[in-house]
Design a protein around this ligand. Sequence first.
Ligand code: 2AM
Length: 192
Amino acid sequence: MSDDTEPTKPETARLFFALWPDAPTCARLDEAGRRLHEICGGRRTRAETIHLTLAFLGDVDLARIDELLLLAGEIQAPAFAFRLTHSGWWQHNRIAWIAPDETPLELARLVDGLKQRLGSAGFRLEARPFVPHVTLLRKANCNKEVLPSEVIEWRAGDFVLVRSVLSERGAAYEVIGHWPLLHGNNDKLREN
Ligand code: 2AM
């Protein structure tokens, strides 16, 4: 006999907010990944999945996705440009990355705004501080290697909510929400 009272596990999606590069920026990042790969080996991030994570949510109940879309739509943050200027490698997770020298103020504010709203709405977030980076290689070994210097300009005009589906090929990403960052006074609606 089937047991109708057995609790069903809520269906979840693995989600994160990110900046997604436009095509020329993506091509430059992909090229930087190629150069890094020559030195450090490992597995390159596929060009179509290159991004900068703003806030990683992990598994979220599907029933809460609409709430997330509304919450992100309330963010009023300016568009900004920044430069990715140095490559590095973390031994503990064997990720090789490219990053800005310092976290741009607008980026820090965008992340703070998102995290505050997410926290108030009861979404669980990682406790670790935000360290902006773009992962270019996994399972890499750059130990003691001199890494190439790069200057890649990134004009951030929007941010996205992404669903990650893990498979043997790595993660497949689907953008499920997309919000513009504001371009100064020109983007404000004029009343007359
Ligand atoms: P990473 O690039 O340093 O691996 C999707 O997994 C994105 O969310 C990746 O960019 C990943 O960062 C980031 N992320 C942050 N925290 C994570 C976690 N605990 N598990 C998996 N990915 C995480």
